[in-house]
Design a protein around this ligand. Sequence first.
Ligand SMILES: *Cc1c(COP(=O)(O)O)cnc(C)c1O
Length: 443
Amino acid sequence: MSRAKASREARPPAFWYREARKGWLRRKAGSVLCCDDVPVAQLAERFGTPLYVYSASTIVDRLRAFDNAFRTIAHSVCYSVKANSALGILRLISGLRCGFDVVSGGELERVLQVDKRAARKVVFSGVGKTKEEMRQALKAKILLFNVESESELWALAEVAATLKRVAPIALRVNPDVAAETHPYISTGLRKHKFGIPISEARSLYAWASGSRHLKVAGISVHIGSQITEVKPFRATMERVAELVQVLRQDGHQIEFVDAGGGLGICYEDSSAPEFSHHVVAYAEAVVRPLRGLKVHLLLEPGRSIVGPAGALLTSVLYKKKNDGRRFLVVDAAMNDLLRPSLYNAYHEIIPTTADSHATTGRENVDVVGPVCETGDFLARDRELPIVNEGDLLAILDAGAYGMSQSSNYNTRPRPAEVLVDGKSVKLIRRRESVTDLLRPESF
Ligand SMILES: *Cc1c(COP(=O)(O)O)cnc(C)c1O
């Protein structure tokens, strides 16, 4: 059995093949790829390609599984906005009483747009917050600033003083834990730009507690992204738990422990455990070291919530062969989905129709976009069922760090985004036009 087929059956049904009904693509025997209950080919026909398609029910299911796994401890899930910051998705998530983790003033503005009252559940992370962003967040009365350096602490105290406010802070400590992931998204080692070395935390907390405009409220960590083992999370929380005790002995009120995000998903491995089990193992690793400490746990998952809930639909423009290498030139490119080019990331690619009497065979291809870079690829040396020009493909697990990392490189308007819920279909972002792109410019 093909990997694509096996994994479709093993996973929750955000995208799944369904026997084609009479009338719908009746010409072809076999089955069609659906998002929830909607054949994705219908979406492509209606909204064009490339097109991001998300399953609302999958996002809700995964958030519930996440929340449920932590039910033994006081906690709040603060969805990491940078994974997918579409207003339509933030609205869906804020409706589930979640908070948000933001890394810029722009992301905070997105959250406030969907729900003004969500500010009190917002944590603000990031290594380079500007004073203007601090002002904006203080005015909105967010829950927590995760501060990443001594200088930032000074700046925040200064801004809070001019606003006559008190900024609730956690220091983001760097636990010096190695996590096996791509080096660009590993953040928890001493040599990385993130956080404060855990050994220096104590003296900085002492300084912070001396400021009338700062209120020490917690500790935060985030060791990286796409971490599939739970061990580094446990090692991190053991170090954080120790620090909680030391800081409390020093007289600080440590109410919050922010465990960050980073739980990985399975882009390739179809034999991986189901998410609800995986997240339970993760929860156990995070919670056990904190037992008895009476802290409120904050969690910042991004990818694990929205990644598998999204796919990028793309049409095959041309097939070509150069020096024996076969290429599928598709209408999506690195500007739409950067992960393969940036991290050499693997995304499963499947045709949107599956011929049940599979007679067509398979071939090895490079799936590439129209952008003028050799680095513009979505898959390399990939065995796929043979497809034709004009056929539609789905690039799976593209819900996280897909659209949110997209750009207009090559003056390519970005794709539209569609949120599917059961049978209902909502366009949450219209396709950009070239006019949109040129508007801010003058000559
Ligand atoms: C990116 C990020 C997250 C989310 O990471 P995922 O791997 O998407 O879960 C959480 N917290 C911080 C501080 C981040 O930078």
